[in-house]
Write a protein that binds this ligand. Structure first.
Ligand code: FEO
Ligand code: CA
Ligand code: CA
Length: 682
């Protein structure tokens, strides 16, 4: 069995501790001297603002000299055709298809006219926002329990996820949303789980996809030839390509599907790979009555429906008529992100994390090369290339394992397992199994995986990886960086998470070798004890030291989720679950420097309202405005109580963000600017 990353971290630490002073490379048989971090003259700018104090305030808290306002929120109309006031309880699918979606996650900004490299100054942008999932109780004020939920509301809820695309224009120093007259007139667009899309690449004609497409197109007729009305859903993070397209990553698609175990067993008796897929991804994950779900999401009617999700989907924000493309060459998993960098020879790397405990880190490298002079020539680069999974070695080195059908089948045979892959498409459909068979390292929920790129999109080989947390007790001791606590029973979990840095061999994002280190072991740099207590009373290991040295100083934080790396090589870290570890501070955004040596200075820049995670940190191209997504405000109260429980008990909603007063909370994109108009963080 392949070691979990945390066991490797601990072994590495033991090696360092026991043999201090010896060169690390001499300790391991498989050391690759050429994979040392590249010499770089890069230098990060300091984060130049006053830290924001920890707070549970139900608003956005910022350093002095900074201001915020909501840019757009769930339910805001994208078109003049929508004139009614927004009323969540009576929302219909048709109306939601013309309003900004729910639970905004990843944000990406594109210059309104494509140019490469992207212009630094522009007055018109296109914002792409993921809408990840919805919580009935937090969507409809009338819903206190599943029984209150109506089929019309359920359909509107499904239509509230996917992607929202809106034009932004600059009005003096301010950015504002540009409504379009009607769908199809301008760039504004909703892509929902009902939008026709195209499957491309090696798994496009996989037998599961063929069967599920037929079921979907019967339930949702009208898709153009060759397209499937399954749209996109469970859109967590994503990325941008140098050719000006948006990549949205489908993550927890299990939560879309309803059904009973008999619906699944009927199919799995005759299809063993399907049974394994059900176990791996955990569907059905929706908890409301099956009759409420739109037909494509009922496993009884569409048993292979889940094969339509878990992909990276490419969207052209410049062409609102273009069908989104599901790029099967990147593999099906709970994709957290899809961030790109151009390597030495012009091939493009796409980094993805599979955000489930014990899953893996991936990199896809295109076969073709990026052509900066010919946008059209790049539009299908993501259909052909090599897919790799990361294997971390104890000596601080690592390798990218190429996932091929022959190697995966050979590994299965050697391990005396009956699992086999029929062809490349079949392996990509079940890529987790291939990665595991070939020795990929299980990890603590790899979320955002962000390569550092320059203005011409060239990666320098530096990549940061957010490992949000791991709440699973039980795997073998040495290893979890939290397991250095003397209290072996209370320190098994990695609740605060950590950030890894990898340096690709020779600074090339197409490399098959890398070196790695712990960039930040999240926790409290000022903690007097190794362990603390969460607000629910659970013990949590909060020391930030790794290899006996603190990884950072400054403001404590937990559960890193998404990154933005600015042109000054500052890294902006958004959290998802900080309040679960440090109860006196809602989720937040912090800044540090990519190139600073440990202990890195960390400063808190923004604190979100109650019960919200922060996602999608980004900046306008001139870096004079910072944007982030405030997702699900009010989903818990400041004691950590979950809103679905509070609602069932008849309690009031714990957040009124962004409208204030007694308003129903709405997920929203906020924009932050400096009062003097300067660059963020300078
Ligand atoms: Fe959608 Fe992995 O957070
Ligand atoms: Ca996330
Ligand atoms: Ca998250």
């Amino acid at each position: 069995m392949t070691k979990h990353l945390n066991d490797i971290i601990a072994t590495r630490r033991a090696l360092l501790g026991g043999l201090a002073g010896l060169p690390l490379l001499n300790l391991a048989a498989c050391a690759t001297p050429s994979a040392a971090p590249p010499a770089t003259s890069a230098h990060s700018a300091a984060a130049n603002f006053a830290s924001v104090a920890a707070t549970n305030a139900d608003t956005i808290s910022l350093p002095p000299g900074y201001s915020w306002r909501p840019l757009i929120a769930w339910g805001d109309a994208l078109f003049d055709t929508v004139s009614a006031d927004f009323a969540p309880d009576t929302l219909t699918r048709t109306e939601q298809e013309q309003r900004f979606g729910q639970n905004n996650d990843m944000l990406a900004l594109f210059s309104a006219e494509y140019a490469f490299p992207p212009p630094r100054e522009t007055n018109r942008l296109i914002l792409c926002a993921n809408n990840e999932y919805a919580i009935p109780e937090l969507m409809f004020p009338s819903v206190r329990a599943a029984a209150d939920f109506t089929p019309a509301q359920a359909e509107a809820m499904y239509a509230s996820v996917g992607v929202s695309i809106v034009e932004l224009t600059r009005d003096g120093a301010n950015w504002r949303v540009q409504k379009n007259a009607a769908p199809g007139q301008g760039k504004n667009r909703r892509i929902t789980p009902f939008t026709p899309v195209r499957f491309t690449g090696p798994a496009a004609n996989h037998r599961w996809i063929v069967a599920a497409s037929e079921a979907v197109n019967t339930a949702e007729p009208g898709a153009p030839a060759g397209q499937v009305s399954c749209g996109t859903a469970a859109n967590c993070a994503g990325g941008l390509t140098p050719w000006g397209t948006y990549l949205t990553a489908e993550e927890n698609f299990d939560g879309l599907f309803v059904g009973r175990s008999s619906d699944i067993s009927a199919t799995s008796f005759s299809d063993q790979p399907y049974a394994l897929d059900v176990l791996s991804h955990g569907y059905p994950g929706a908890y409301f009555p099956a009759t409420l779900a739109p037909a494509p999401f009922r496993l009884a009617q569409n048993p292979y429906g889940p094969s339509l999700y878990g992909w990276v989907v490419e969207i052209d924000p410049h062409d609102p008529t273009a069908a989104p493309k599901k790029r099967t060459a990147l593999g099906r998993k709970k994709n957290e992100c899809a961030n790109t960098a151009i390597g030495r020879d012009g091939r493009v790397a796409v980094y993805t994390g599979d955000d489930q405990r014990g899953e893996h880190l991936y990199k896809f490298v295109t076969r073709g090369r990026f052509d900066p002079a010919n946008r059209a020539a790049n539009m299908d680069l993501l259909d052909e290339g090599d897919l790799y999974a990361a294997q971390f070695l104890e000596n601080g080195q690592g390798r990218w394992i190429k996932l091929t059908v022959d190697a995966a089948n050979r590994a299965a045979e050697e391990q005396e397992l009956t699992i086999r892959f029929a062809d490349l498409g079949d392996m990509l459909m079940r890529v987790r199994d291939a990665a595991r068979l070939l020795g990929a390292t299980p990890m603590d929920r790899p979320e955002d995986v962000e390569p550092v790129i320059d203005h011409e999109w060239r990666g320098d080989g530096t990549v940061l990886i957010a490992c949000t947390n791991n709440s699973e007790r039980g795997f073998d001791a040495p290893g979890n960086p939290r397991r250095e606590s003397p209290n072996q029973y209370t320190a098994q979990n990695n609740l605060p998470g950590h950030i890894l840095r990898i340096d690709e061999a020779d600074g090339d994002t197409s490399a098959e070798r890398f070196s790695w280190d712990v960039f930040a072991l999240c926790g409290d740099p000022d903690a007097q004890e190794l362990t603390s207590r969460t607000r629910s009373g659970a013990p949590v290991h909060v020391s930030v030291s790794h290899d006996g040295e603190p990884t950072f100083t400054g403001d404590r934080f937990a559960c890193p989720d998404n990154f933005f790396i600015d042109s000054g090589r500052r890294v902006w870290i958004a959290t998802d679950g900080n309040d679960g570890v440090f109860g006196d501070c809602n989720d937040c955004v912090l800044a540090t420097q990519v190139d600073a040596a440990a202990p890195r200075p960390v400063k808190r820049f923004l604190v979100a309202p109650v019960g919200a995670e922060v996602s999608g940190p980004t900046m306008t191209p001139d870096e004079r405005a910072f944007l982030c997504a405030i997702q699900h405000p009010g989903s818990n109260d400041v004691t950590g109580a979950d809103f679905t429980t509070l609602r069932w008990m008849g309690e009031a909603v714990p957040s009124h963000f962004p409208d204030g007063g007694d308003a129903w909370p709405r997920s929203a994109v906020v924009i932050v600017t400096r009062d003097d108009g300067g660059r963020i963080g300078d």
